[in-house]
Design a protein. Structure first.
Lengths: 81, 230
């Protein structure tokens, strides 16, 4: 699997990528268009900031970049990063 | 080969510069390709490869692999990994990051989860494992003791804070030991509180059939005693 650093993507491209996945931004946060709410990390329940997000495969899982969320994802999806 | 194809090829080679320099008219195609790769599980978008590597490295450690021989609970496995992460942050002097991670662990797993992580962070697992290994007569007993310890961490450990009263903590620890007769009980105290020895001495006077060992952690901010069943 390729790992692409979001730092390599201009902010405008990051936003377009999010929009393609059904999200948007609200201020500094990722916004879930379907739930009409700021998107929260599925493991820590914290609001996900655009400048600290991760997008992992598996129905495009958007997480906060921290060891607990990364380890939880690997545990749930069998360490497939 | 189209411009977008070249960019995707460069991404596969790790050449992220290509993405930054993508021409405006190629962006919609590029995004479609990236989304397709994501759906095909061929790409993950990260911040820094080091963040992913750091988590992966912990899973390769013999300490973690030993733990996994006995523990299958995914939450306990994550808590153990977080203990290893906390230890690394402490060693690197990244105390703010360590505090932030402890907050996240507490928020998700409450006190028991944080105590599993702190237990691992303090480096007590190898000492605990050696002791349980020595005492267990069968593989089944060894398995039971390790699972029982981690699944009921609150009955087997006391993490003493500066604000805690010696009398209250002593009572709490004595009650736990008398109620559960654990093979090992851990008292871990912030060294600045200077309470661990007092608490240990008072506990030892209230229980029988137990001895103790001071655990010399490489982390000098905690004083740790193992209360061991004879």
């Amino acid at each position: 699997m390729d790992l692409l650093s979001l730092k390599a993507l201009p902010k405008a491209v990051q936003i377009k990528l999010l929009q393609e996945l059904g999200y948007d931004i609200e201020g500094v946060y990722v916004f879930d268009k379907e739930k009409k709410a700021i998107h929260t990390d599925r493991y820590t329940k914290e609001k996900v900031r655009l400048d600290n997000m991760l997008i992992f495969p598996g129905s495009a899982i958007i997480l906060d970049n921290n060891p607990l969320s990364i380890a939880s994802y690997m545990e749930e999806y069998g360490g497939s990063i | 080969m189209s411009e977008a194809d070249k960019i995707m090829e460069n991404i596969a080679k790790g050449a992220t510069k290509a993405v930054i320099e993508t021409a405006e008219d190629q962006i919609p195609t590029l995004i479609q390709r990236l989304v397709q790769k994501l759906m095909d599980k061929d790409i993950a978008f990260i911040q820094d490869p080091k963040d992913i590597e750091s988590v992966k490295e912990k899973k390769k450690l013999p300490e973690y692999k030993t733990f996994c021989k006995y523990i299958s609970d995914p939450d306990l496995k994550i808590q153990f990994q977080m203990g290893l992460q906390l230890r690394e942050l402490y060693k690197n002097g990244e105390y703010k990051k360590q505090d932030k991670l402890m907050d996240k662990i507490y928020h998700k797993y409450k006190a028991p989860g944080l105590h599993v992580a702190k237990f691992v962070c303090d480096g007590i697992f190898t000492k605990f494992y050696g002791n349980i290994l020595e005492k267990s007569k069968t593989e089944e007993q060894l398995n039971f003791e390790i699972n029982n310890f981690f699944k009921n961490i609150e009955a087997h450990t006391a993490f003493v804070q500066s604000k805690d009263s010696v009398i209250t903590k002593t009572k709490e620890i004595t009650t736990k030991i008398l109620a559960h007769s654990p093979p090992i009980f851990i008292i871990s105290c912030i060294i600045m509180a200077k309470k661990a020895t007092q608490i240990k001495d008072k506990v030892m006077k209230s229980i029988s059939d137990y001895t103790y060992e001071k655990y010399e952690s490489e982390f000098k901010d905690r004083e740790i005693f193992l209360i061991l069943h004879k």
